[in-house]
Write a protein that binds this ligand. Structure first.
Ligand code: ZN
Length: 139
C-alpha cells in the first residue's frame, strides 16, 4: 500500500510558483491540509496558510473534508484581514501622537527696521549742519 501519494482533495493556485497545486490532507491525527506544487511540498500549518487552503481550494466533488483544520480562521476573520490591517496602524499612530508631540517651529528672525539708519543719518546731518553753523559763526 502506497503511503506517499495522498489522495488529491482539490486544487489551489499557488501565488509563489504560479502553478496549480494539488491539495491533500496531511498524515497523522492533526486535521491539516498541505499542498504540492512547483514549490515542493508546502506543509506549513500556520493559521493564514491553512485558512487559505481551506477557503481557496477548488475541492473535487465530495473530497472536501468535513472538518476544517483547527487553525482555520472564521470566514469573517479570514476575509476581513484587510480591515484588521487597517485598524492596526490607527492604534500605533495614536500612540505616536501622544509619545512624541514636538512642534518644530522655525525661528523667524525679526527684521531690522530700516528706519534706524535713516534717523541716525538725519542726526548726523543735523549735527553736521550745527557744526558747520558754529564754524561759520566763528569764522
Ligand atoms: Zn508553488
Amino acid at each position: 500500500m502506497a503511503t506517499q501519494n495522498k489522495a488529491v482533495l482539490g486544487y489551489i493556485q499557488c501565488a509563489d510558483c504560479g502553478e496549480r497545486g494539488s491539495v491533500h490532507a496531511a498524515a497523522g491525527r492533526r486535521n491539516q491540509l498541505y499542498k504540492r506544487c512547483g514549490c515542493g511540498c508546502d506543509q506549513r500549518n500556520g493559521a493564514v496558510v491553512q485558512s487559505r487552503l481551506w477557503y481557496e481550494t477548488e475541492w473535487l466533488d465530495g473530497m472536501k473534508p468535513e472538518k476544517a483544520p483547527a487553525q482555520v480562521q472564521a470566514p469573517e476573520d479570514y476575509s476581513g484581514q484587510v480591515d484588521r490591517i487597517d485598524q492596526q496602524p490607527r492604534g500605533v499612530a495614536a500612540d505616536d501622537e501622544t509619545g512624541q508631540q514636538t512642534e518644530i517651529r522655525p525661528e523667524s528672525k525679526p527684521e531690522n527696521e530700516p528706519d534706524q539708519p535713516d534717523k541716525t543719518g538725519l542726526w548726523w546731518l543735523a549735527g553736521g549742519v550745527a557744526a558747520l553753523a558754529v564754524l561759520v559763526g566763528r569764522a
